[in-house]
Design a protein around this ligand. Sequence first.
Ligand code: GUN
Ligand code: ZN
Length: 409
Amino acid sequence: MKIYRSHILSPIDDTNVQYLRDQAITIDAGSILRIEDYDPLRNPKIIDRSDCLCLPGFIDLHVHLSQYRIRGCYEPALLPWLKRHVFPEEARSSERPYALALAEEFFAALAMAGTTTAVIYTAPFPIACEMAFQTAHETGYRALIGMTMMDQNSDAALLGETRTVLRQSIELYEKWHDASDRLDYIFTPRFAPTCSPALLEGVADYAAAHNAWIQTHLSENPDEIIWVKELFDGDSYAEVYDRYGVLRPKTLLAHCIHLSNREMKLIKKRDAKIVHCPDSNFFLKSGEFPLARIREHGLDYALGSDVGAGTTLSMLYQAKMYNFRSSLSRVDPADALYRITLGAAHLLGWSDRVGSIEAGKSADLVFLEAASLLDSNAEDITSALIFRGHELSVAETLINGKTVHLSKN
Ligand code: GUN
Ligand code: ZN
């Protein structure tokens, strides 16, 4: 059992945030046992984080581990960027030592950014995915992790035969699905152009039979959309996925920038979820997320960094970009905080465990050195946090009560 003394900022919903000054947070067996006003008599032995703001650990719903080292490698359009930077880098993760070193570097960086839950792409090799799982397991991470699947239209070094790619993914699913209550496998067909109909159908059938997770990319870049039309007989991009059964309640669709109303209705009908990656979208000049229409259609969305097209793992930076990159629709700080915490937890169906700081939830916490912000109210602190929080140092990050990052200061 341990007790932290700190100041809690925690989302209530997409418009309200709660601020509780000078609290004692008791953690027992990985969970938050109690939250009460700090009292030196009742809580004589504490870990003192009274110069920090305590937030729920951040949730990144879309990040490519195997692209961590190529952040900021410039090529301002998706398809040439994939060819020039991504495919050669992902090919390096076919080697065990490279994949292991990269996984260790990645999870350490994720912890330092205050992210405690992540939905992760690895490279198209079982060893890359396995090293990610092993590292996540050892550090105690909460994550969905998948081996990127490709069986057509890419560099030969990255392609697999359809049945092999399916079998490898199913083996990883079987190994990791029940191995830990914080880890699960997510089937990861990269995107329609690099996946044959047989591969998409195979993934969808298996996911339907096992209620498994799927992640993919949808409607990110104009050239990509034209290519999908050519490859799949003129159907819209969302209809292509639907034709093979890929759109399901546990399917995460990254980007969704150029969707028609018809496609949005289809996604709503299938109850698939959207991951908005604003930093990436502007790095690759993909376009602006249609926030007003996404909201009108009642689609469920939260945020992802999309590193390496995204430039940073900082989810506070991604939350700021969510505001900055919305030129027509209003994005309030409380909404931005919600999309990297409780809103993302809801989207995953995990809000009973993570996303906010409440007794009974898992102790997934981040302590930010924020002495200058503490003497204020919930609204002003949330605003400062969203617009300059990415500059604050992360003093400590906990997952399930275990310290995964501790600042040396
Ligand atoms: N579409 C297909 N693959 C990728 C990828 O690795 N990154 C992004 N941003 N989009 C993709
Ligand atoms: Zn991506």
